[in-house]
Design a protein around this ligand. Structure first.
Ligand code: PLP
Length: 382
């Protein structure tokens, strides 16, 4: 799919087979239930927990952009993750990237373990380690690439091939890159998950999750879980994500352009100790990323010299806001240690580099110069 085709699909989405009014904006079908035309006859919509026309439009649009068979939209990214992992049985073994969004780590540790899922966390960028971790019970490989927050990059093609060889499912959380920059299904992923709260929605105004599947069988299995779990995305929130997706390519390009400038500026600052941005040539995952993605995204993590500097920056920024989340038009700065990764045990956090001096920046759409000036004034020696 060329950039041009992708942009057109973002704007027009999926055919509105149910709309007869010619509405340019997908209608918000705010209806909990639907009348039947007769006994054994249905319009295709029965009850909105199962299906809703606005949500269907979103689902088909995201599935189409990712190159999947279909998708199911949930109230949050975490609900999408829970639903996909519900497909596995007690005793199943899953190999997961060791650096993941804190909520996903918490799922595996606190919920998955109670359900009898056995998980091995490893650096999925290291194919040898992945190979060695496969047992006769292994059923899936769960990946973020780049990871949140340490931006580790996994070779999707290599993992896809390995999984095929061993009959494993590949699940990729594509929240950071979005299908605009990266399409994991092209490399063999079976499921693609999104926190739609982030770039797909793009405006920090709603929560959503999407799970894209690649086969009718997986769709049927996931659909039963989704309708029973009951975390279906509301019509209005579906509409907000549909609206967000219309500008996804423009936002991703602009956010990335600013992120590159900011990452380069951070590299020059004496108080910056480490910088994790996939777009920098010296990033260890840069080449793999270039081979599998058409961009590097707008997320930067960086380590500063002291905890005093952390406090100074978080309390000193005026345009950038100190808040959790990412992917929206507003630039946010996050302190993973106390926010997104607060539940990760301290020694594990420190080992991964998520220490008391690590900050994460989600670059928004403000003027790049304003963001640079803001970082400059907030970090300046006092
Ligand atoms: N996946 C990633 C990579 C995330 O960063 C997040 C949230 O920050 C989630 C999943 C969970 O999404 P949500 O907050 O919409 O439940």
């Amino acid at each position: 799919m060329t950039d041009r085709e992708f942009s057109t699909k973002c704007i027009h989405g999926y055919d509105q087979r149910y709309d007869r009014t010619g509405a340019i904006s997908v209608p918000i079908y705010q209806s909990a239930t639907y009348a039947h035309e007769g006994l054994g006859r249905s319009t295709g919509f029965d009850y909105s927990r199962l299906s809703n026309p606005t949500r269907e439009h979103l689902q088909k649009t995201v599935a189409n952009l990712e190159g999947g068979y279909d998708a199911i939209a949930f109230t949050t990214g975490m609900a999408a993750i829970n639903a996909v992992l519900e497909l596995f049985e007690p005793g199943d073994h899953i190999i997961a990237s060791e650096d993941l969004y804190g909520g996903s780590l918490r799922y595996f540790r606190m919920i998955g373990s109670k359900r009898g899922l056995d998980v091995t966390f490893i650096d999925t960028a290291d194919l040898d380690s992945v190979c060695k971790s496969i047992t006769s019970h292994t059923k899936a490989i769960y990946i973020e690439t780049p990871t949140n927050p340490m931006m580790q990059v996994t070779d999707l093609k290599a993992i896809g091939n390995l999984a095929k060889e061993h009959g494993l499912k590949v699940i990729v959380d594509n929240t950071f890159m979005t299908p605009y920059f990266q399409k994991p299904i092209e490399f063999g992923a079976d499921f693609v998950i999104h926190s739609g709260t982030k770039y797909l929605g793009g405006h920090n105004d709603t929560l959503a999750g999407v799970a894209v599947v690649t086969s009718p069988e997986d769709y049927e299995r996931l659909f039963i879980i989704a309708k029973t779990m009951g975390a279906s995305l509301s019509p209005f929130d579906s509409w907000l994500i549909i609206r967000g997706i219309k500008t996804l390519p423009l936002r991703m390009d602009r956010q990335q352009a600013s992120a590159i400038q900011i990452a380069k500026w951070l590299e020059e600052q004496s108080w910056v100790r480490k910088i994790y941005y996939v777009g920098l040539e010296k990033h260890p995952g840069h080449e793999v990323s270039k081979a599998q993605s058409s961009g590097f995204g707008g997320m930067i993590s960086f380590e500063v010299d002291t905890t005093e500097r952390v406090k100074q920056i978080l309390e000193g920024v005026k345009i950038i806001q100190f808040a959790e989340s990412l992917g929206g038009v507003e630039t946010l700065i996050t302190y993973p240690m106390t926010q997104t990764h607060a539940d990760v045990p301290e020694d594990e956090r420190n080992r991964k580099g998520i220490n008391d001096r690590l900050l994460r920046l989600s670059v928004g759409l403000e003027a790049t110069q304003d963001l640079l000036k803001d970082l400059e004034q907030a970090s300046r020696e006092v």
